[in-house]
Structures are given as C-alpha cells and as structure tokens.
Design a protein around this ligand. Structure first.
Ligand SMILES: [Cu+2]
Length: 147
C-alpha cells in the first residue's frame, strides 16, 4: 500500500515536470504583428518588384508590403495549408486595382500588376465557412503600401 501511493506520487511529479517543460501552447497570431513591413526590392535585371507572400490559416506573411508606384509588381502567393483554401482580394477602383485570386491549399499563384497611385490599400481573404467568422475576421488581412 505504502509504496503504491509513493509510485503514484512520483508519477504525478513526472507529469508535472513534463507540463512545465512544455510550457503553455504558443498563441497563434502573436508573431504576426512582429513581422516588419517588407520593402519589396526591384529586380536589377528586369525592373520588376518581386515578393512572396505566405498564406496560412489565418494570416499573410508578410502582411505589410511597401512598393513603388509606376513599376511592375509580381507577387507570388504561396499557400502552406494542407486543406483550407484561401484567396487574395485587393480592390480599389480609384487606384485601378482589381485583384481577386484563389489560392488552393499548397498552391502558388502569381499576381502581376502595376500600381499607379500612391496610397494605402488593404487586402484580405474573404473565405468563410457557414456560421463561422470569416478568415479576415480571424486576422487574414494585410496592407499594400504604394509610395
Ligand atoms: Cu483564407
């Protein structure tokens, strides 16, 4: 009896030790705010401003890109999800921007455009499961800053 209880206690201590080492689960989205804006570089050979945006559930990384107006842009939208489909919507009539692309799980889609008007243009994913918050509401949004 006595040793049985002792073993039980040792077991509980071991469990406690495992939990304290593992620590609390990381909170999704915390890292997102810490990613600095990406100043998209201009390719020296072809003059194209090229950048990759990683799509995950539910984020774009980076979520703030800075580009120059009047120069062509090429964005590679790369999904790293295994099931959930996402998309990329950036619409602003006044600026002549109308981008709407679906990005299936694990896919990479290329978007080409030239922004002529400096400004701050938000983009987001409008996917949504019935009765659930939209991906945008879960944080899947970002900013294209045109200078
Ligand atoms: Cu989405």
């Amino acid at each position: 009896m006595g040793t049985g209880r002792l073993h039980f206690c040792m077991g509980m201590l071991a469990l406690l030790a495992i939990f304290s080492v593992a620590g609390p689960a990381p909170v999704a989205g915390v890292d997102q705010a810490q990613v600095p804006p990406l100043q998209v570089p201009v390719d020296q050979l072809d003059g194209i401003q090229r950048a990759t945006i990683i799509l995950d559930s539910y984020s774009y990384t980076p979520n703030h890109l800075i580009i120059q107006s009047g120069k062509p842009v090429e964005l590679l939208l790369t999904s790293i999800t295994t099931i959930t489909p996402h998309n990329f919507l950036l619409k602003n009539e006044a600026a002549g921007l109308s981008i709407e692309r679906d990005v299936g799980s694990g896919r990479t889609v290329t978007v080409q455009f030239t922004a002529m008007k400096p400004g701050i243009y938000p983009f987001h994913c409008d996917k949504k499961l019935l009765f659930f918050p939209s991906h945008q509401e879960k944080g899947m949004e970002g900013t294209l800053e045109v200078r």
